[in-house]
Design a binder for this molecule. Structure first.
Ligand SMILES: O=C(O)CCC(=O)C(=O)O
Length: 299
């Protein structure tokens, strides 16, 4: 369970940190599963529905950057996402009726681990209200050196920051951002960070020799319904299941305006979308809508 200080931190700052959320044995078992899930995959030969590989390696390179939907496909991760230890904390922050939304396991391998640029999760998948969170659980010690999570505290209650260029969603904050306010959430393996869906966050590339493996599990209040933005909404909804309490027959609405993301490409992940955005804006002759054939255009 979270204590009052942690709940206040989540409400006021947009995040709360729980150290030693997982035991050494839990971590050992989850890491063994990670190794077996990733075993045998190479950039040139892997199941892209289950794994995403680091792009900057040889075709026989085996460095994975994401396990897709671990809490849907793999028993130990499913159990963790359904555990009372986790759901009791989620209930403290979101109320009794809670949906599991999605999960992913991000790996920043030594030396080439990918950057995650600043973004707010709810800009990718707007909901009728903002009672949505992600739990970021470190399976390795995470520090400045290997790309721990960084957050901008206290920004989650304000309107969403701009994630667009020329009206097109870039998957990252494009407006002004004062990084001097950012907090580096360093932590030992087993640390869990409860992060509000509107908290701006990022993590640096891993240039160190230490891997940084991180499980991310997202939940939302049962009365937070998806706002349909196109095919992406169907994709995002595919993994939703009731985690605790009852389904809701009422959608609760946050007053105000909600930006609807217009995707220029159908990207596999945040990494791809942010990479696409970097290419668009760093290659002089690369006009919007004229990118290389690497990406399938969405309609
Ligand atoms: O892995 C990280 O450091 C953050 C990842 C993240 O924000 C995401 O995958 O949405």
């Amino acid at each position: 369970m979270l204590n009052n200080e942690q709940i206040t931190s989540y409400k006021n700052e947009g995040y709360a940190v729980q150290t030693s959320f997982l035991s050494a044995l839990d971590i050992e078992r989850l890491v063994a599963d990670v190794q077996s899930i990733c075993g045998g995959a190479t950039l040139g030969n892997h199941d892209s529905n289950r794994l995403e590989m680091e792009p900057n390696q040889a075709s026989d390179g085996s460095l994975v950057r994401r396990i897709c939907h671990p809490c849907t496909y793999y028993d130990r991760f499913i159990s963790l996402s359904e555990s009372s230890e986790l759901l009791d904390c989620v209930e403290q922050l979101l109320g009794h009726n809670v949906q599991f939304h999605y999960s992913k396991l991000n790996i920043k391998p030594p030396r080439i681990g990918s950057v995650v640029e600043w973004h707010q999760d709810l800009t990718y998948y707007p909901l009728t209200n903002n009672d949505s969170l992600a739990i970021v659980i470190y399976l390795d010690g995470a520090s400045h050196e290997n790309g721990c999570l960084q957050v901008l505290p206290g920004r989650h209650m304000l309107p969403a920051m701009d994630h667009t260029a020329s009206g097109v969603f870039q998957g990252k904050i494009t407006g002004a951002l004062d990084e001097s306010e950012s907090v580096f959430l360093e932590g030992a393996a087993g640390t869990a960070i409860f992060m509000h869906g509107m908290t701006p966050h990022a993590s640096a590339p891993n240039r160190s020799l230490k891997s940084r493996r991180t499980l991310i599990v997202s939940y939302r209040a049962a009365d937070a319904f998806p706002i349909y933005t196109g095919e992406e909404t169907n994709q995002n909804e595919a993994y939703v299941r009731l985690a605790r309490g009852e389904p809701s027959r009422m959608a609760r609405l946050t007053p105000g305006l909600i930006a609807i993301p217009r995707f220029a490409i159908r990207s596999k992940s945040l990494y791809d979308l942010q990479e696409y955005s970097r290419r668009q804006h760093t290659t002089p002759n690369d006009e919007a809508g004229n990118a290389e054939n690497l990406y399938e255009k969405s309609v």
